[in-house]
Design a protein. Structure first.
Length: 330
């Protein structure tokens, strides 16, 4: 039985989760934002309906949750509430990780957490304990979630840890999608202070976006503002539209997208995240890194009025982390 710490703790939980077959039972008081949770646990538990998903938490502590993540757990599994819960248990099939770490980005990337994967005897005891705690807890109904979800909460742990230095790297999600920087608006007609607080938005393109696929991630950039807007996930292949508005003559292609960072999109103009400044910061931290997928070191293509720039994955994740940090620090 080895003590897990730091990057080893992060990697062990992700490896167990990637190979999950039938059970994911979690007891934690703090639950972070959805993209971080997908990196910590992978996504097999979301996509495989045969997996028993249980989340035990304390719904009375409403500052402890990210509302979007709670909705996901409610959708794919069962949730119950136990007043005063402080334990952190991750039961994956016939393994149990007993740890100090909450299910948050801050815990697994910015804190000095420890944990152990229990041997068989301890694992059986942990399952019995989880069942006992589950039996004395109360079922969380959809109405119980309304106040949390309507307030679009972020976990207090994430907000409190926003200024902590990065210590460990969360594993990348298993994907084959691409990351794009997507200018929105034009120099002549900037978007002003338009709010992006809807879960669904539409992305528009000037030329045939043959390389943009379903599940690709678009990081919106306000032309003329020099500020990032929000993060979007393409939900359908772009198609040409028949709208009669004058602006559609310049941007005739359209694709439905999911807004992955609604809290940021609500106040993007106040956060002042400049992608060109982030280029400098990223290269100072990673001198051998790249900005574009073509191994470029700048975002110069934006200046030539390209309607999208294919980003290097690591730089794109760096930008998204900055967006999450700004949101969690609200």
């Amino acid at each position: 039985m080895n003590l897990l710490y730091g990057q080893n703790l992060v990697n062990e939980l992700r490896e167990l989760s990637e190979n999950i077959k039938f059970r994911l039972w979690i007891a934690v008081p703090y639950i972070g934002e959805i993209e971080a949770v997908k990196k910590i646990l992978g996504e097999e538990w979301i996509n495989n309906k045969k997996i028993s998903v249980r989340l035990l938490t304390d719904i009375n502590e409403q500052n402890n949750f990210n509302s979007e993540t709670l909705k996901l757990f409610y959708k794919v599994g069962s949730m119950r509430s136990l007043i005063g819960l402080h334990a952190k248990l991750y039961i994956i099939d016939n393994y149990c990780l007993l740890t100090s770490a909450n299910l948050t980005y801050t815990a697994f990337s910015k804190r000095h957490e420890v944990g152990i994967v229990l041997p068989e005897e301890g694992m059986l005891q942990s399952i019995d304990l989880f069942e006992a705690l589950w039996a004395k807890s109360i079922d969380i109904k959809k109405d119980d979630l309304k106040s949390v979800i309507n307030d679009k909460n972020n976990s207090y742990e994430e907000r409190n840890g926003a200024k902590l230095p990065h210590l460990w790297k969360l594993p990348e999600k298993k994907t084959n999608f691409k990351y794009w920087l997507k200018p929105i608006g034009t120099t002549e007609n900037p978007i002003g202070n338009k709010v992006y607080n809807k879960p669904k938005e539409y992305m528009h393109f000037a030329v045939t976006p043959k390389s943009v696929d379903v599940n690709d991630i678009l990081i919106g950039y306000g032309t003329g503002t020099k500020k990032l807007i929000s993060v979007f996930k393409i939900k359908e292949k772009p198609k040409i539209t028949n709208g009669t508005e004058s602006w559609r003559k310049r941007f005739p292609w359209e694709a439905e997208a999911e807004n992955l960072s609604v809290p940021f999109g609500e106040k993007w103009f106040k956060f002042n995240l400049n992608p060109f400044d982030l280029v400098t910061e990223y290269l100072n931290l990673n001198p051998t890194g790249y900005i574009t997928n073509a191994k470029g070191k700048t975002l110069g293509e934006i200046k030539y009025k390209k309607d999208k720039v294919y980003l290097d994955k690591d730089f794109a994740e760096f930008i998204i982390d900055k967006i999450n940090e700004k949101t969690n620090a609200r």
